[in-house]
Design a protein around this ligand. Structure first.
Ligand SMILES: Nc1nc2c(ncn2[C@@H]2O[C@H](COP(=O)(O)OP(=O)(O)OP(=O)(O)O)[C@@H](O)[C@H]2O)c(=O)[nH]1
Length: 176
């Protein structure tokens, strides 16, 4: 399993780079990396050139453009793809995604990210097609619809860990 941190967004609603926000004395980027390693990722790659990661090959294709760019640099593998803006991301939240392998992708109900994704020829073909598309047709949900996704029920899940921070208010609430 390779951990992929999506960190190439603009953070325009937050007004500052979300990856560099600090929680518990470390940045969100570093915290996210640590959680992925604790969850069993053999290594972690960052999507987004700003943080020394893999640069997006396409402009304005959002997370799917980031995943497609990372895929171009990796061999076929299982990926565990997470956004950088979940300050409470936990091993308990990620483990069930990794256990479920019926479909190409696995996610929690109502939450496209984080997701486990099988990177193989079929997924690469879908990604190559999707980066030519715009808007919702190029979303993570659309990717999951096209490769096939298993959706886990949130009953009993660590839902606090799914909190995602897009604005300064979200960030203050998550730290309250
Ligand atoms: N590599 C890459 N990652 C992205 C891109 N757009 C968003 N992300 C990441 O995907 C996750 C969700 O992004 P959003 O919160 O929807 O967008 P954002 O650009 O970070 O924030 P806004 O500018 O406020 O929309 C975050 O971890 C982003 O860093 C992109 O174009 N390329």
């Amino acid at each position: 399993m390779i951990g992929v941190i999506l960190a190439g967004g603009l953070s325009s609603r937050m007004g500052e780079d979300k990856a560099l926000l600090e929680i518990g004395g470390i940045t969100l980027l570093e915290r996210t990396r640590q959680v992925l390693l604790e969850a069993g990722a053999e290594r972690v790659v960052v999507s987004g050139a700003r943080h020394g990661g893999i640069a997006d090959r396409w402009t304005a294709k959002g997370p799917v453009g980031g995943i497609a760019s990372v895929a171009g640099e990796l061999d076929d593998s299982e990926l565990l793809v997470v956004p950088v803006d979940m300050p409470r991301l936990s091993v308990a939240l990620l483990a069930p995604l990794c256990d479920e392998r019926r479909m190409h992708a696995t996610r929690w109900a109502g939450h496209p990210l984080p997701m486990r994704l099988t990177l193989d020829a079929a997924t690469r073909a879908v990604l190559a097609d999707m980066v030519e598309l715009e808007g919702k047709a190029c979303s993570v949900s659309a990717l999951q619809g096209r490769v096939g996704v298993a959706t886990l029920s949130l009953d009993g899940a660590d839902t606090r860990a799914l909190v995602n921070c897009n604005t300064p208010d979200d960030w203050h609430e998550a730290n309250a």
